[in-house]
Design a protein around this ligand. Structure first.
Ligand code: FE2
Length: 424
């Protein structure tokens, strides 16, 4: 007797199977005739493990336009605007906005999020708010919180002390922003300092790293070196790495093997990268996204992150990781069939590996969490960004949606489609 059986869905690798879920876990993946509390008919539909976002800012989300918009569209004006906003936003407002976003995420099958939390505020009200959110969503969303000294570990007078306090309060991951420190030397020192903090506490590291168009912003080199020196291999992620877009090719040929050796992963954030980077260029304008395919060719795990939704840096966004992957595949020119399929893998399996999620995936013994999509396969899902027909988290159906069928009534001839642009 299963709690739920999902019948006849197509897995991302093309296999067709039933999935039996019992006591919050996947208990069987084979043709099932057993009884179940609920049977979900998924024949012809893609059944995927949940979407995962390894880079987000839940403390700032859904604040777009408060107190004003980012007129220049730059990273620096966004940081300045957030600096004004965080002083006046209350803990309750932050909690309410973050919970609204988590509801959006749940409806889109996005069930694991790594969120950076600003620790440059002596009250640490954002940290307090996000810890409350983590507690409130813990039964259906895996929320990892990164201690993130937004205004610079050394550049901001009390950031280091507050970051340590935030980690003591129970944040999960050590963050940083070396390219925002006052000097390259301070940036490198902050990387060393923060990696040592993580090693001492047994925590993972996820830094905003080289989010800049400056080809000489090379903190990733120090991050990879420190990961190896401190035995943090496989536990360090570098977010953004946009400067790599502009780096000298010879230098990159030396850098990529170093990152691979240190088992440092990378997250590109294509929506925000394509919107923010290259703002000071005339034409031709740089795309400002890191070298995704090139890193993957060196065996480096690369994921797609969302970064921002409706906040001081980004004025759009829907909590849909397929939107993120769709933009990423265009900017990185990942158009071959295996590259497109890999883009789907990046917002599921690769992102889960980056976050170190235990029991993730579709296999017997894994967490009983999955998404049924109105698409036949991963590439079609990327093309359509379709309805999430059913979202199951830990053995419980937490969201349902209907298909978006067009009701065509054409004069003179019958319609050729009955489902929104699906090919099968
Ligand atoms: Fe970020």
């Amino acid at each position: 007797m299963f709690n739920i059986i999902v019948k006849g869905g197509t897995l991302p690798d093309g296999r067709v199977t039933d999935i039996g879920i019992k006591d919050g876990r996947i208990a069987a993946m084979e043709p099932l005739e057993a009884e179940a509390g609920e049977v979900i008919e998924a024949t012809g539909d893609l059944v995927s493990p949940p979407f995962v976002d390894p880079h987000f800012h839940l403390d700032a989300t859904l604040s777009y336009g408060t107190p004003r918009i980012n007129a220049s569209g730059t990273l620096l004006e966004g940081i300045g605007l957030w600096g004004e906003l965080k002083l006046v936003m209350t803990t309750d407002e932050m909690i309410a906005r973050a919970l609204s976003y988590c509801d959006w995420a749940a409806s889109m099958g996005l069930l694991a999020i790594r969120s950076h939390v600003d620790t440059c505020d002596d009250t640490l009200k954002g940290v307090e708010a996000m810890l409350e959110v983590r507690e409130q969503v813990k039964d259906y969303i895996d929320l990892q919180l990164v201690a993130f000294p937004q205004d610079g570990l050394y550049r901001d007078r009390t950031a280091r002390e507050n970051t340590i306090r935030a980690l003591d309060m129970g944040l999960d991951v050590v963050g940083g922003i070396p390219h925002f420190e006052r000097t390259m030397a301070d940036g490198a020192a902050s990387v060393r300092d923060l990696c040592e903090m993580a090693a001492e506490r047994g925590l993972r590291v996820d830094m905003h790293c080289d989010e800049s168009d400056d080809p000489m912003s090379r903190h990733i080199e120090t991050l990879a070196f420190e990961a190896q020196r401190l035995g943090l291999q496989g536990r360090v992620n570098a977010s953004h790495l946009t400067s790599m877009h502009s780096m000298d090719n010879y230098y990159v040929s030396k850098l990529l093997p170093l990152i691979a050796e240190a088992q440092v992963s990378a997250v590109a954030n294509p929506l925000i990268n394509i919107m923010i980077q290259g703002r000071q260029d005339t034409f031709p304008k740089r795309r400002g996204m890191t070298r995704v395919k090139e890193m993957q060719a060196h065996g480096i795990t690369v994921g797609w992150g969302q970064d921002c939704v409706l906040d001081p840096w980004y004025s759009l966004g829907t909590a849909d990781m397929l939107d993120v992957a769709f933009m990423g595949m265009h900017v990185a020119q990942m158009s071959a069939p295996d590259e497109m399929a890999r883009c789907f893998d990046m917002v599921t399996q690769a992102n889960a590996a980056i976050m170190g999620l235990p029991d993730y995936g579709l296999h017997v013994g894994a967490q009983g969490s999955l998404v049924v999509l109105d698409a036949a396969n991963p590439v079609e899902a990327l093309r359509l960004r379709p309805a999430r027909l059913c979202v199951i988290s830990r053995g419980r159906v937490i969201s349902r949606n209907s298909r978006m069928d067009a009701a065509l009534n054409l004069p003179g001839r019958p319609a050729t489609i009955n489902r929104r642009h699906r090919t099968s």
